[in-house]
Write a protein that binds this ligand. Sequence first.
Ligand code: HEM
Length: 433
Amino acid sequence: MDRASLIGPNELSIIPKETVSNILGPKGLPRGPYYDTRKHEEGTSLDGIKEYTVHAVRRRPWARGMNSTAMKYYEGVIKEETANLIHGLRERKSKEVDISAWMSFFSFDAMGRMSFSYDLRMLKDGRDSHGLSQQIENGLIEAAWISHVQWLVPFLKYIPSASKSWEEIKAVGERLVRRRAQDGSIHPDIFYYLMNEDGQEITKPVIEVCAIDGMLAIIAGSDTSATTLSHLWYYLLSNSACFNQLRSEVDEVFPLGEDPLNDLSKLGTMSYLNACINEVLRLYPPVLAALQRRVEPDRGGVMVGDHLIPPETQVSLYAYAIHRDPSHFWPIPDQFWPDRWLSQEEYTLPSGDRIASVITDHEVFIPFSAGPMGCVGKNVAMAEMRAVVSTVVQQFDMTVANQSNLAKWEEDIREVFVTSRGTLPVVLKPRHS
Ligand code: HEM
């Protein structure tokens, strides 16, 4: 098969177009053994459940937690936390700040409140006093190697410190969930739905199982958005023409004095803002590892194009590779060029050359995965990113504090299932007092 590579004795990485629907769609394949690290003695977190029917039942409360009533509450949180971000950055005006770290402070604080009604206070304190970023990174580095030797998972408890960091981050999630269960909440946060406080499920969930999803909420709900936002600042700092075009759109829709946070729905209609976010999700999807699936032994294989993938083969989809394939995105698939997402009669490339058309294949754009096991938090993530980018661009001029960090940014990126990233020091100058 063209555009397929053998990446293990029994594992294929494939990128043809049909992959997405055949493998990730509703009649696709169950998750592969890579996800065994999501299995704990108390139960399995949502993102580790392999069987479609079991997964669908566990996903129900998560889906309710993303309904329009829930979204209203999250939008309120996003507005307040974006305002806290702007306040924190203003206090540090004209000083060097690591914008990548501040994106984490924002997304952790927003996630803490949206998931557990808990204020982690990183934006107010201007630091990650809980050490969550480092804990997550350590835990994910451990989970990444363990995921490749899944047969070891049942024995890890007998090997001192083998999965210490992974266990620690699980414990943080558990603590937050147990505190939330004890205190209750006046807000319809995500755990309001997961703990069946809305009374929609017949059986009350077991708190131990519920607590496992606490870790998922922390990692899935914060690290991913923070990474995307950090990559976006990197690209905008490296491409002043793109920054200026984005600034023009923001200024046109929200002239200085008009707060973008007053109309989050308008942000969804801003074509260049959304093109920039899509473009960064295309080049660096924050889940850098493969979405691994496995052809069941009794299925008789699965067709991708003209090719049969035999039973018991693991099939891995790397969004990073799929998004950079020239048959899916063309031209300059490895370059940041938001224009490819705009509908235009003619396109001007960064080189100045003009072309009549582009290939932008929305069907294979899978930063959030796709199908019944795809990201449940996509709308929340998009709302967060639009709010932060538009407000920061409206409020500040941003310059690189240290060119060498900018040059090293891509070098420092590591796959740890999601993304480990370096620092990005910048200086912010408010556009008005
Ligand atoms: C830019 C931001 C985000 C990106 C790119 C992203 C991407 C993804 C991807 C690729 C998956 C599938 C992972 C897999 O199957 O291995 C996933 C799953 C998931 N995401 Fe996100 N995510 C983002 C933000 C969020 C947010 C903000 C939340 C919560 C509010 C969230 C909650 C989840 C959950 C619960 C799952 C597991 C879904 C399931 O197994 O049914 N994500 N995400």
